[in-house]
Write a protein that binds this ligand. Structure first.
Ligand SMILES: Cc1ncc(COP(=O)(O)O)c(C=O)c1O
Length: 362
């Protein structure tokens, strides 16, 4: 019997853009000289306590982590002020989206406002869901319309919302999210990977509603992208269901210790966040002054900008100058040429602005 792989033919792999080693090799630039504004990472160093926790745990990796993750959940619980019983942990927000999609049966409707993060569609397609994309208007800075989402979600099983949204940086007002949750029978999944940069969250609502799951990440605000750790908050029923189907050791022991120390050092990360927000405003104002670029206001640690250059060669021009930003021209829900720039440190942002000024003056 031959195995049939045809269901995977429609699925596009996730495009993570180019990494420093790729650009270094292709353009002959030393890696240490490359400014990486590609993946919405936190550009500041970890506090010493977190680095120590990672090094100390490295000696223990011959052992499995305790799959109950009790201490980790308890630390998250005090951070977001939600009982541990409402929390599930995972190997990054992505792993949790993948687990949530196990709720889907073939042909279940999944509503996704676009443009947005592409992984929701990816995981939903793995379960043969029927995708319904709702376009957000550029004139409204891509804030999705609540009424459109409610209309499209009438027979849906899952509605994915992303706030602040990648790549637009737009926040959905918590009152609008609550309205959607209350007007639908679908499960509303709110991706809050960037929530700490915006100051807005619906985490507290997920305890009160039995159809809301809020997914969070340690990759951005807490600067642990390489360790792969995230969590979700939901009703006790949904949280325990998601715990039940979790791969037992989904979070590595090193990630557990690092995340616990990161929460204990939350004040450090809050100061870093304030710096990133200040840098974001500097970058936004600087981009606005470049003729040919139109940045959109952002509540996250990146900025989306539309630009006018024939044939979208902007990212290549930046690569040649040792700067990596993400071309997202062609992403579903966008019309025209777009680039997404992660907010870096002041020196990095200045280099980017200088490079853009040069490129757009030609
Ligand atoms: C909107 C959004 N959600 C989730 C993720 C992935 O989070 P994690 O690293 O926790 O899997 C990303 C990563 O860029 C993202 O942009």
């Amino acid at each position: 019997m031959r195995v049939n792989f045809s269901k995977f033919e429609l699925i596009e792999p996730y495009d993570a853009g180019d990494f420093p080693e790729d650009v270094s090799r292709k353009y002959g630039i030393a890696i240490r000289k490359i400014v990486n504004l590609n993946s919405n990472e936190n550009p500041y160093p970890l506090p010493r306590d977190v680095v120590h926790a990672i090094c100390a745990e490295a000696k223990e990796v011959s052992r499995y982590p305790n799959p109950k993750y009790t201490e980790l959940k308890s630390e998250i619980s005090s951070y977001i002020n939600v009982p541990s019983a409402n929390i599930t942990v995972g190997g990054g927000a992505n792993e949790i989206f993948s687990r949530i999609c196990y709720l889907l049966e073939p042909f279940d409707v999944v509503v996704i406002p676009v443009p947005t993060y592409t992984m929701y569609a990816f995981y939903a397609m793995m379960h043969d869901a029927s995708l319904k994309f709702v376009r957000s208007a550029e004139e409204r800075n891509f804030v999705p319309s609540t009424d459109d989402i409610i209309d499209s979600g009438r027979n849906a099983k899952i509605i994915f919302l992303c706030s602040p949204n990648n790549p637009t940086g737009a926040v959905i007002n918590p009152a609008e999210i609550e309205k959607i949750v209350e007007c639908t029978n679908a499960i509303v999944v709110v991706d809050e990977a960037y929530a700490e940069f915006s100051g807005e969250s619906v985490v507290n609502l997920s305890v009160e509603h039995d159809n809301l799951i809020v997914v969070r990440s340690f990759s951005k605000f807490f600067a642990l992208a390489g360790l792969r750790i995230g969590y979700a908050v939901a009703s006790q029923q949904i949280a325990s269901l998601l715990e039940k189907i979790r791969e037992p050791f989904a979070v590595s022991s090193i990630a557990v210790k690092a995340a616990i120390q990161a929460i204990k050092n939350v004040e450090y990360f809050r100061r870093i966040k304030d710096k990133i927000v200040r840098e974001r405003e500097y970058l936004y104002e600087s981009l606005k002054k470049i003729e040919g670029m139109k940045p959109f206001p952002s509540s996250a640690n990146f900025i989306l900008a539309k630009f006018e250059i024939p044939d979208d060669k902007l990212t290549e021009s930046l690569y040649r100058r040792g700067i990596i930003a993400r071309s997202i021209t062609g992403l579903l829900g966008l019309n025209g040429n777009f680039i997404r720039i992660t907010v870096g440190r002041r020196g990095e942002n200045k280099k980017l602005v200088a490079a853009l000024k040069e490129i757009f003056s030609h």
